[in-house]
Design a protein around this ligand. Structure first.
Ligand SMILES: NC(=O)CCC(=O)C(=O)O
Length: 302
């Protein structure tokens, strides 16, 4: 801890000091905003094609939406769930692994309903390296249970158990933190990824029309690192209307690339040296104060 005039700052959390640069600092990212149907084989073929389009445009990292192989609806999760532990029992998992290897790219595989041995379902994202191997698996930590009066109600916990781990993974294209949709509402998770040296946070998501308009973009813009979101397109099946607008945001909060709500592939350039530059301009790590350092923000007041 250091003292600057009458300001006490916390120095041991300097991310500027701890941010390691990967070998590749500049690359293209592709976001596949997919239309999702109730025909799983069609969704798989469609996703494969879209990933290949992104790779042909030079993307070495490709991100898919939340629930790209299954409609985002409680009517389908159980029926579409796959067990990722056995290659033969998961055509979705096998396809992602194959396409990652075939194109020598990293894939943040959106999310899919996963069935585990204990019989429980999870909303899970698989990350594959250019060798086709699974590098990480993130199960949605914050399930989307909401009742918006006069609008929508959705209860993921009727189908899914929640994940209980943050997921940060070292890849050929930097250190990536993973969150799934509603996870984006929790800045604590993003702060943890930042503190652990993430260059990029990827959020496969499927926000709805009302909270999408109000918050989707906002939640991505204040992290001082790269943030990529990828949604299904709005014409996806079911009564839940999807906001779309897959986006890449840079460390200054500027939107680098975005889309509307239609099916598309977004390609954007990422340059991690911008993170360092931004943190020198606005050195939040050096400005952090003791005021809240030891405060449990959820502590009940007597
Ligand atoms: N699929 C989701 O988690 C939706 C999250 C959402 O719309 C929100 O407002 O949060």
């Amino acid at each position: 801890m250091t003292s600057l005039s009458n300001t006490t700052v916390i120095s041991q959390f300097s991310a500027l000091e701890s941010l390691q640069m990967p070998q590749i600092t500049k690359f293209k990212i592709g976001l596949c905003q997919l239309s999702v149907t109730s025909d799983k084989n069609m969704n798989l073929a469609h996703a494969r094609n879209s990933i290949e389009v992104a790779a042909k445009h030079g993307a070495t990292l490709v991100v898919l939406p939340e629930m790209w192989n299954c409609p985002y609806s409680t009517d389908y999760f159980e029926k579409f769930a796959e067990d990722f532990d056995y290659k033969d029992s998961s055509p979705s998992f096998s396809m992602l692994s194959e396409v990652a290897l075939g194109n020598r790219i990293t894939i943040v595989g959106g999310s899919m309903p996963e069935r585990r041995k204990n019989g429980q379902l999870y909303n899970t994202c698989c990350v594959f390296g250019p060798d086709g191997n699974l590098k990480a698996k993130h199960s949605k930590v914050h399930l989307f249970d909401v009742y918006l009066p006069g609008d929508i109600s959705f209860k993921e916990s009727d189908n899914f158990a929640s994940g209980d781990q943050p997921t940060i993974v070292n890849t050929d294209v930097g250190c990536i933190g993973i969150g799934i949709c509603h996870d984006i509402r929790f800045p604590e998770l993003a702060m943890l990824y930042r503190a652990r040296g993430a260059h990029l946070i990827c959020y496969p998501g499927a926000f709805n029309m009302s909270t999408g308009e109000a918050l989707w973009e906002l939640e991505q813009r204040a992290r001082q690192l790269y943030v990529a979101t990828c949604s299904p397109s709005r014409d996806s099946i079911g009564s839940y209307m999807i906001w779309g607008h897959s986006t890449v945001v840079g460390p200054s909060g500027k939107i680098i690339a975005t889309s509307g709500h239609e099916e598309t592939v977004v390609i954007a350039e990422i340059n991690y040296s911008m993170i360092q530059q931004q943190r020198e301009i606005v050195p939040l790590e050096k400005q952090r104060r003791e005021v809240y350092r030891f405060v449990d923000v959820y502590e009940q007041k007597p």
